[in-house]
Design a protein around this ligand. Sequence first.
Ligand code: NAD
Ligand code: TYD
Length: 336
Amino acid sequence: MRMLVTGGAGFIGSHFVRQTLSGGYPGLGCDEVVVLDKLTYAGNLSSLSPVLDDPRLRFAQGDVCDRETVAEMVRGVSLIVHFAAETHVDRSIADGGDFVRSNVLGTHTVLDAALEAGVDKVVLVSTDEVYGSLSEGSAAEDRPLAPNSPYAASKAASDHFARAYHRTFGLDTCITRCSNNYGPYQFPEKLVPLFITRLLDGLTVPLYGDGRHVREWVHVDDHCRGIALVAERGSPGATYNIGGDTELSNVRMAGTLVSQLGLDESLVRFVEDRQGHDRRYSLDDSRIRRELGYRPSVPFEEGIESTIRWYTENRSWWEPLRAPAHRDLLGTSAER
Ligand code: NAD
Ligand code: TYD
């Protein structure tokens, strides 16, 4: 079976590809992987280096918005796992244009190509951020969408297209909505890798607002196992939340990273808050647990320890990506 993975040179997509090719998902029965990735600032071929020589992998640099390229890539493909997207909330606040293009138009192009080529199944990888901020409780899949950032709005639009292609054309689409991921090979602009890499360089880390915003954390390996289960056995047209069991305030996450690195809390600096900053995300993922037997298996303490170790031992991966603090990069004001 041939699978197309879009965005397979990104953080989560590359993990999914490496795991697939090292036999992590035998139930998928996949013996050929085609990766289509534009290699934006967030895409990195070196994240695929452990499998780049594998004869079962074909890599193509290209844009999911390009109809001809996508049509060529889906030829002979049975399954598409669609990761490709612009993903950083702060960048979407600075300029949402690429988010509309890649996340909305890109998904529409992939769905059209899948329909035309008779692809058996498309799994759209989405996010808990489409549900918006929750003051209490957890969001189940039938909760109305209330995206608050331009990133979340573009992902919600993408979800709607996947649903509509199932309802209108009968295309077998599944949507997964996962909480915040952490793990190796994550671009050092997101909270966990930004903080680890700055702390390793003896720099301060910028905590937005009062730092009491809560995120649900899941190791990338658990997320990808959930996606594989949905690809294998998810019901056509269904949505599955994928959670991680670990809700933490940002101030606690920062404290954990600082203390695991044996550093002083004074390195954590409170800076101006993100605009429209969602206070809390929390997923009810009982459906995927009940129907597909999913359960996160990486305990947070172990996962964060091995992630810190990976960044410590793999400077050569992240040093070239290290930019000025990303808010500086985006031209907005922030204390360093
Ligand atoms: P990432 O930013 O690390 O990687 C995105 C990849 O997509 C990059 O390789 C990039 O080059 C590629 N890409 C972007 N635009 C493209 C285009 N137009 N055509 C082709 N390729 C393009 O992102 P990630 O963290 O790996 O996230 C992957 C998916 O998972 C996204 O859809 C994201 O919304 C979703 N998700 C992420 C998280 C998280 O915590 N990181 C949580 C839930 C869901
Ligand atoms: P992030 O990793 O950008 O993921 P998301 O916004 O998609 O949840 O941010 C996680 C949380 O950490 C979020 O509440 C914003 C906060 N944050 C900071 O406090 N400082 C930072 O430098 C970054 C990047 C994020």
